[in-house]
Design a protein around this ligand. Structure first.
Ligand SMILES: [Zn+2]
Length: 135
């Protein structure tokens, strides 16, 4: 299994990714697999959310980042102050983001400008030179 992602480059920001005990994810009354904290630029994911489940959670939290960045989080909260509307949007878009990336490696390679026959190490080196966090 590849090493877990420790940071992401999102719209030019470097966002740290930490894997934490579920008790560290805030409100214990609600089931919570991850958390995005915008003022810290931090995504936290349950340490025991492994494989596809952990990656779906990561994509869910990335979607929260997009909503905050695009000022859409406030729009959703103005319609539903429980946060359930935003959670539903993040569940749907986060899952779709994960599935598009998983099911279309050639698309991902074309977007980042690499040949899909290159090794993961070569791809990380190219993305790192582009200013990403591949290295
Ligand atoms: Zn969420």
């Amino acid at each position: 299994m590849p090493e877990r992602i420790s940071s992401l480059r999102l719209r030019g920001d470097k966002v740290q990714v930490r894997y934490v005990h579920p008790d560290e994810l805030g409100d214990e009354s609600e089931h919570c697999d991850g958390l995005f904290t915008s003022h810290d630029g931090l995504i936290e994911v349950r340490h025991d959310a492994l494989g596809a489940g952990g990656l779906r959670t990561l994509c869910h939290e990335i979607t929260h980042y997009f909503l905050v960045w695009g000022a859409l989080s406030d729009v959703f909260l103005s319609h539903d102050d429980t946060g359930k509307l935003e959670e539903g949007v993040c569940n749907a878009i986060g899952s779709m983001l994960y599935e598009v990336i998983r099911d279309n490696p050639d698309l991902v390679c074309e977007i980042i400008g690499v040949d899909s026959k290159q090794t993961g190490e070569q791809i990380r080196e190219i993305v790192g030179r582009m200013g990403g966090v591949g290295e």
